[in-house]
Every structure is written in structure tokens, then in C-alpha cells.
Design a protein around this ligand. Structure first.
Ligand SMILES: [Cu+2]
Length: 228
């Protein structure tokens, strides 16, 4: 369990998600460094009487540093950020093992399997009366999305009415479902398990009641599920 699991956040289960977690840590380090420098300078100028900065008035050297350093920092943040953005849309040139479609409706999800022509389920939030002990209130659904773990799954999202957002924190993933548009994202888990998310776009009165439940299972279980 990473430090995020320790504070109650969900651990990531994909390579892309681990990349996002690493990038977050890196950006946080950069921000803490900048904060320390700014606080140090502020302290030096006010309480310290400006002893550190005295003698640098009109210095070309200092102006060069404070112009180029932010550029270097921004470039250092932009490259891993762009790399992650492209990575989250799937491996470059790599063909996915499976394609699934998640369509948002007011207020439920429907899933279609592009490789299994007659596969399609509607996924509604399970009513409170149907919950058993240990299940999650407002997060359980009647039909969850079952996917094989370790497979490269391409998820295509869209919507039939308003903008929804298919979000799964364990995959560090959040993609808008826009009517008349297809957005693509790569969904792959390195471990089996049950993961929960919610619609993350304020989409109407029952916005909070369209949860997402993805189960990552082995290929045998997946094929048996699809064959049903
Ligand atoms: Cu929604």
C-alpha cells in the first residue's frame, strides 16, 4: 500500500496510474522547493534586513536566473505531463486486446462490447434494500463492467443526453462522455479486484446516483461472463 492508501485514497492498479502518482509526487517536490525559496527570500528581506539580497540590485546575473529557472521548471513539468496524457490514450501504435464502450445516460451507464456484437448491459445503482453487509452504499450496481486484468482494453465513451464523466480513481482515469463524440482511453489493470468510481460531471438531479463498478477478473472468468 502506498502512502495514498494510508490516508484513505485509492491505490492505483495500472502503469498509467502509477505514472500519474509519480508525477504528482514530482510536482509536489517542485512546489515545496519553490515555496521554501520564496519563504526564505521573504524572511531574508523582512526579518533578516535583506542581507542575502543586498548587493544584487540591477544584477544581470540574478535577472538571468529568475527568468530561465521558471522556464526550466515548466518544461520539466510539461514533458512528463504530456507523456502521461498520450500514454493514457493507449500504447502508441499498439492495438488493444478488447474494445468496450461506456455510454452515459441520465442516470445510469450502459456498456457494450465492441468485439462481442451482442454484448451489452445497463448498469444501474443497486437499491439500498439489495445491499448486503460489507457492500458499499451508493457505489454498488446491478450489472458491473467485467474486464480481464492484464489485458489492454480500449474504452470508448459517449453519452446519449448530457455530458457525463467516466471516472475510476484506481486507474487515475477520468474521461468526459460527450453526446455525439467518442473519447478513447486505455483501461488496463495489473491486478484482479473490484474497483469503484462515479460520474464526475454534474449531469442532473440524479448525478450522484450513477456509480461505476469495474471487476477485473482472469480471462477464463471473463469469457464465461461474456458467453452468458
Ligand atoms: Cu452523469
Amino acid at each position: 500500500m502506498s502512502m495514498y492508501g494510508g490516508v484513505g485514497l485509492q491505490d492505483t492498479i495500472s502503469y498509467e496510474g502509477s505514472g500519474v502518482e509519480l508525477f504528482h509526487d514530482f510536482a509536489l517536490c517542485v512546489m515545496v522547493f519553490i515555496l521554501c525559496v520564496v519563504v526564505g527570500m521573504f524572511y531574508s528581506i523582512t526579518v533578516g534586513g535583506g542581507s542575502v539580497v543586498s548587493g544584487y540590485s540591477g544584477s544581470n546575473y540574478v535577472e538571468f536566473i529568475w527568468t530561465t529557472l521558471p522556464v526550466v521548471v515548466l518544461l520539466g513539468l510539461s514533458f512528463p505531463s504530456l507523456a502521461l496524457m498520450y500514454l493514457s490514450e493507449g500504447p502508441p501504435g499498439g492495438s488493444p486486446d478488447l474494445t468496450f464502450k461506456a455510454v452515459g445516460h441520465q442516470w445510469y451507464w450502459s456498456y457494450e462490447g465492441g468485439d462481442f456484437l451482442d454484448f451489452g448491459v445497463d448498469s444501474y445503482m443497486a437499491p439500498l434494500g439489495d445491499l448486503s453487509e460489507g457492500s458499499f452504499r451508493l457505489l454498488e450496481v446491478d450489472n458491473s463492467l467485467v474486464l480481464p486484468f492484464g489485458a489492454k482494453v480500449r474504452l470508448v465513451t459517449s453519452s446519449t443526453d448530457v455530458i457525463h464523466c467516466w471516472a475510476l480513481p484506481s486507474l487515475a482515469m477520468k474521461v468526459d462522455c460527450v453526446p455525439g463524440r467518442l473519447n478513447t482511453l486505455s483501461v488496463s489493470s495489473v491486478s484482479p479486484g473490484s474497483f469503484y468510481g462515479q460520474c464526475s460531471e454534474i449531469c442532473g438531479i440524479n448525478h450522484s446516483f450513477m456509480p461505476i463498478h469495474v471487476e477485473f477478473v482472469d480471462w477464463g472468468t471473463f469469457l464465461a461472463y461474456v458467453a452468458q
